[in-house]
Design a protein around this ligand. Structure first.
Ligand code: GLY
Length: 243
């Protein structure tokens, strides 16, 4: 059997959403940067950085997402008697202004979450409770109008094999800074020395707010430059096409 599919050529955009079994409520869009090196070179990774908003995912585009993707998804779940409650990840591609589905994930996304969560202005706990109870339709989801940019710092060698246990420095670089958050992923405390060391390929995500993407990216890169460990690897061109 041979399956022939339409070739989709365009930029990707991720839409993360809450689902309560009856409603799917999208958060703001984000764009991941999957390849390990600048200019989309090298191997695919889990994602080397994300920005939100995504310029082309404007109101018109998101209306198409709502009508052509979200509504049929709800109907499809209902038809199959799937009472899906939780996060749903729509991996889309913009083909000449038309949103097309590349993938669904029944989870959030990394590093999209580290950008999108900064922009969720509503309290998360009532939203999660409403998703569990099927009450999302009654709850407003407010978004922060500021932009958010995430730069992922990974271990040298990732997404292939990489060493662990590299001593980290500069992790206090954003302390007291309300515009930047460090999300730890592949880090650990060395039990002997008490130092923070790397313990995975995806080590730390640096996320910042900005009045626009340029400012958000500049703030993230200022902190990325201060965090250090042997083999530290990151991309310098996250979000470049939008600024
Ligand atoms: N960043 C892509 C994913 O989480 O699947």
């Amino acid at each position: 059997r041979v399956v022939i599919e339409e070739f989709l050529d365009g930029q990707e955009v991720s839409v993360l959403a809450f689902a309560d079994g009856e409603h799917i409520v999208p958060m703001v869009s984000a764009q991941d940067h999957k390849r390990i090196f600048d200019n989309d070179k090298g191997l695919n990774t889990g994602g080397m950085g994300a920005v939100s908003p995504v310029a082309f995912a404007d109101e018109k585009f998101m209306e198409k997402v709502e009508h052509r993707i979200i509504k049929p998804t709800i109907e499809g779940l209902r038809k199959r008697s799937i009472d899906y409650k939780g996060f749903i990840f729509l991996g889309l591609i913009n083909v000449g202004g038309e949103p097309m589905v590349i993938e669904y994930n029944v989870r959030m996304g990394d590093p999209e979450t580290e950008a999108v969560m900064l922009r969720v202005a509503s309290d998360l706990v009532p939203l999660l409770a409403a998703a569990a109870k099927g009450d999302l339709g009654d709850l407003p989801l407010d978004h922060d109008p500021r932009a958010a940019a995430t730069v992922m710092i990974v271990s040298g060698g990732y997404p292939g094999s990489y060493p662990k246990g590299k001593v980290m420095s500069g992790l206090d670089a954003a302390d007291g800074n309300p515009d930047t958050i460090l999300f730890h992923a592949g880090t650990a405390i060395d039990p002997q020395s008490g130092e923070t060391v790397t313990s995975g390929g995806r080590v730390i995500a640096v996320s910042s707010y900005g009045k626009d993407l340029r400012e958000a990216l500049s703030r993230s890169y200022t902190i990325v430059d201060k965090v250090d460990f042997d083999g530290k690897t990151f991309r310098r061109d996250i979000g470049n096409e939008f600024i």
